[in-house]
Design a protein around this ligand. Structure first.
Ligand code: AMP
Ligand code: MG
Length: 401
């Protein structure tokens, strides 16, 4: 038998097949979770002007300081969004609010708690040196500073930064169009009563959800019977409009596994089949006219794991994000039995130990049909093939889920 591909080798074949999608302008309010396709630079200084960090009184401080006990006439007010109408001269004060523009001529603010006001005048209860309670223009960003890099996945903070930088729109990759095809005569729709031999089609839901979670627009979720014609028909429709097709089941070597021949008949060129991985050995990957097709094994855990290891990086790269998910090193809290010939993706819960190290604990029975072991799993620990147990305390790379 030919040697199986390693996870890394299989991933390189996926990486090589990805052509990033074109980008489009997206209003910031619609861009949550999208991937930036451009660098965003500040259009102006942020903050745009010198302002007060406190409610209080702005003044022109003497050098080195205006002494406590000084009384100044209040000659105006600067409120948030409504600057003072006249500058502050020596020996004058202007009432000022937090975030309001520092009036011309002023260089310090004494907070209201340290000021006594009476009859249109304010008496300072503390010495005031220049710069006190002043936030400078550009303290956060300078005009022209790049604040977000292409490839960044936009979360709430990134969107806020884009708005602060002067943007109403950002260029993002178009969302990949994804089709999910679940094969199998045994599959019943969610909520359907089960006839003998049937199981609920969990993969259609998990795979569609995983794809959406990673930025895809899932435009169709269909089933296919275990016949060559039925499989071809479902896949032909999916291939017409998709950037990426996720097929579940039917990719092993049984007499009722039709996915490989159906894809070959449809002109999808195989790039790999079978990986030295548990769960997920039968994983298939191919390409037709730039459309990426993943044949994922039907066992519910296998299909999730192989999505995460092979299809997720492809979805990321289609959207201009880095192909690789950042792996983290974690310490195993329990021994894990190694597989002699296949690397294993072990579902783990993650916690930070008292010494700050990341700790990985397997979530329970790791059978590829035990979908409940994915619930509460925060990562996939990659345990290399070998003999005997990998002991507790061993350090393993973990891909976050
Ligand atoms: P297959 O890869 O088609 O040989 O399927 C392997 C195992 O996964 C079998 O026990 C199937 O019943 C199960 N399976 C296949 N497709 C699904 C699905 N969409 N949802 C849940 N289980 C599935
Ligand atoms: Mg099947």
């Amino acid at each position: 038998m030919t040697r199986l591909l390693s996870i890394a080798q299989a991933r390189e074949l996926v990486r090589a097949a990805v052509v990033p999608l074109e980008d489009e302008p997206v209003p910031v309010e619609a861009a949550l979770g999208r991937v930036l396709a451009e660098d965003v630079a500040a259009a102006h200084d942020v903050a745009p002007f010198d302002s007060s960090a406190m409610d209080g009184f702005a003044l022109r401080a003497e050098r080195p300081r205006t002494p406590a006990g000084t009384t100044l006439p209040i000659v105006g007010e600067s409120r948030a969004g409504r600057p003072a109408e006249r500058p502050v001269g020596p020996g004058e004060a202007v009432r000022i609010s937090t975030g309001a523009m520092l009036p011309e001529g002023a260089d310090a603010v004494l907070q209201i708690e340290l000021a006594d006001e009476a009859g249109g005048r304010v008496t300072l209860r503390d010495d005031v040196a220049p710069g006190r309670n002043v936030r400078r223009a550009g303290e956060d960003l300078r005009a022209g500073d790049v604040v977000l890099r292409a490839g960044t996945i936009l979360g709430p903070a990134e969107l806020g930064v884009a708005v602060g930088a002067g943007r109403a729109e950002v260029r993002c990759a178009r969302p990949p169009r994804v089709a999910v095809v679940a094969t199998g005569d045994e599959l019943a729709d969610p909520g359907e009563p089960l006839r003998p031999g049937q199981i609920h089609n969990t993969n259609a839901t998990t795979l569609a959800a995983l794809a959406m979670q990673h930025g895809a627009r899932v435009f169709t979720v269909t089933g296919a019977p275990d016949t060559q014609e039925g499989t071809e028909e479902a896949l032909a429709a999916a291939l017409e409009e998709a950037d990426l097709v996720l097929v579940s089941g039917g990719v092993s070597v049984g007499p009722h596994d039709h996915v490989k021949p159906a894809l070959e008949a449809l002109g999808v060129e195989q790039r790999f089949w079978r990986v030295a991985l548990r769960p997920g050995k039968p994983t298939w990957f191919g390409v037709r006219d730039g459309v990426l097709v993943f044949g994922l094994p039907g066992n519910p855990v296998s299909s999730m794991v192989t999505f995460l290891l092979f299809a997720r990086p492809a979805l990321r790269a289609l959207q201009h994000a880095p192909f690789d998910v950042e792996r983290r090193a974690a310490v195993l809290t329990e021994p894990v039995e190694r597989q002699p010939e296949r690397d294993e993706a072990v579902r783990v819960a993650l916690a930070t130990g008292p010494d700050g190290t990341l700790r990985a604990t397997p979530t329970g029975p790791q059978g590829s049909h035990v979908l409940s072991s994915m619930v509460g799993a925060a990562g996939l620990a990659i345990v290399e093939a070998g003999d005997g147990d990998l002991p507790a305390g061993a350090v393993v790379p973990v891909e976050p889920i």
